[in-house]
Design a protein. Sequence first.
Length: 727
Amino acid sequence: MNPHPPLPSPTRTPAADLRPPTRREFLQRCAAGLMVWVTLGPTLRADRESEGATETKAPAKADSSFNAFLSIGADGHVTCFTGKIEMGQGPVTSLPQMLADELDVPLDSVEIVMGDTELCPYDQGTWGSLTTRVFGPIWRAAAAEARAVLIELAAEHLQLPVARLRTEDGAVVDSQDPSRKITYGQLTKGQKIERRLTVTPNLKKPSQFKLVGKPLLRRDARDKVTGATKYTGDLRLPGMLYAAILRPPAHGATLLRIDTTAVREIAGLVLVQQPDLIAVLHEIPDLAQAALGQLRPEYSPSASVLDDRNIYDHLERTTPPTRVVVQHGDLPQGRAQATRLLEATYRNAYVAHAPMETHTALARVEGDKATVWASTQNPFGAREEIAKALGLPTDNVRVITPSVGGGFGGKAVNTQAVEAARLAKATGRPVQVAWTREEEFFNDSFRPAAVVKVQSGLDAADRIAFWDYDVKFAGDRGSDLIYAVPNHRITAVGDFWGPPGVHPFLVGAWRAPGCNTNAFARESHLDRLAELAGADPIEFRLRQLTDARAIRVLKAAAEQWGWTPAAGVTGRGLGVACGFDAGTYVATIAEVAVDPKTGRVVVKRVLCVQEMGMVVNPAGATIQMEGCITMGLGYALAEEIHFKAGALLDTNFDTYRLPLFSWLPKIETVILNADDTPPQGGGEPAIIVMGAVLANAVHDATGARLLELPMTPDRVKAALAAVEPKP
């Protein structure tokens, strides 16, 4: 099924085919059928999404709160709407799976429209593994409400009591005489029925599911592998211009003057010169790029004195207010009880999102209305940014999100969409902005460099007596101790957004923001405490755990691996790490080999066990876990942004190293059954422990302890050189 309204062929499509339907046209199109509405009040949109709450207050006017979650047409076809977007994580399959099961319709009769601000209900953005665990219950509730309405309509039509009716395969059936039934299409034909969700309907129990829990092939798989999927960069409009935008050579550099003489004589070229936006545009993208090279700008140098080596000292000297995330017990008392102390500092570098698809947008501005197709994780946020930039009412801006070729948090920022909209307004023609790979590195936000300091100690019984944890600039997500320590404190300085002025360039969310840094520090430190106690790392963790779910995943990992307990450096090259994110518990074991001459780490085997509540699509969840493990190899072993004085030294994949297929180990995934628990997030948990589990495995193989990510060959060799020889 197509996840979006029809999009144009990249080579030949009339303009009318590309124009999306207006709201009025959409309502007319759906006039014969059932529509179910859910309204999220403006004060609840941001804060209640994390709680899964549903606002029942009717909107002041329908036009400003167009929140149809689903419609059932006269032919029985179901169209469902979500502000979430598809960027490879799989809701294009799992969301229809949930809805079809709750509504009792065949899966192939369900279409899904995603990320269209004109047609879809408001959504705060696709991130944080929130789609299934937070939006899913609302989605199911809309389907259950529709099913209840259909039963009421069938009761009137068949002259039967509601209690005698059931639903199956897109029809309402008399439970005593199955030959008496009426299809959903027959019930909705010729009617326009609007219902607002005012009470929580009865949702199905897991035992009643027929589709949820079944491993299904992704709906977009064939289109993705055959190239049929249309991304923003594939779209074309008549008269469209391609933009090439002038960028400074370094962050903090200031444009002093520019000579545009050479480009003014190029046939068909359009020059836009505004104080903060200079671009050359042409109907042929190569000519636009060539013209960009003929501009003669002069810049003042960046005032930044930071580089990728002195950044950590800078971060430690920068002292925004410290906030206490959590505090329990009495730290001084815990210190007094400790018989052995362990203190360490852990660091990680800046990391790029590096999606396959760079930031891209296509904009058309006609009068006081704008339509923008954008690769974004946040279409409603993009709409607000564009409206502000153009000076338009928000309702006059429509953002449509085709399939997105990877986001990982980076496409929550919509600079390219704003640029395209501004240029379309300035030129009076449709404009496409597609960042080059170099622009992607320069303009994108990065996972921030961060520093974590941990002070801890063991008591005489080898239990952790105290834990004093301070994280600077990664954010506190994932800093949870998860282990039972009576005296502990977690503090944080800044977060993954800043504050402004701390970093030499833009930073922001990077897959499971904060969690990779915090899991690396916590689980590395736990391994070191286990070694200090002379204990096996799994047995040591189990002694500190009281959370039943955490214990379950760790024991399952040990059993699946065939773990043989051993203390200290064993030479086996085995590491373990645990974590919790997005409501999901994860335990991972890895095996590595280290070449002492080159410092290269070869990952041989990774086992990941998750308990993530009820699983909607096990095949999709497995793919997510495998993707997290693969991506985690990058930030753990190679990915790092080098820079100096505001200039990026890594702007393409010749120097910025991503994981290769040849790096992949044997990957095993286990999802523990937990159907009695609501679905939890699956898009990020498996990645958070990859830095820690590989660092712990390297230590077990060599005795070298890596305290900084990524664990590049040079850092591994330096750590090996620092290992004291055994007597």
